[in-house]
Write a protein that binds this ligand. Sequence first.
Ligand SMILES: [Zn+2]
Length: 83
Amino acid sequence: MQPGRINTETSSACYMCGKQGKIVYRNLADRLFGAPGEWTSKKCTDADCGIVWLDPRPTIDEIGKAYQNYYTHDQTNQRNKHG
Ligand SMILES: [Zn+2]
């Protein structure tokens, strides 16, 4: 495990219907998970499905870690800290 990195897994196929996704956004910043690195967003090629996901995506364990970072982000903003 490397500190400061999020473990990811490749997810080129739709997790709902299994079809291959096409890239809709590349090199996304970490707006979704507050995670380091860049993410590619893919969209399902099935018109009836059409969901969007991240590829690679954080593993289940890492999603918890990423959300922890996300929620503590504002709380660490201490304006009145001495020093
Ligand atoms: Zn799909």
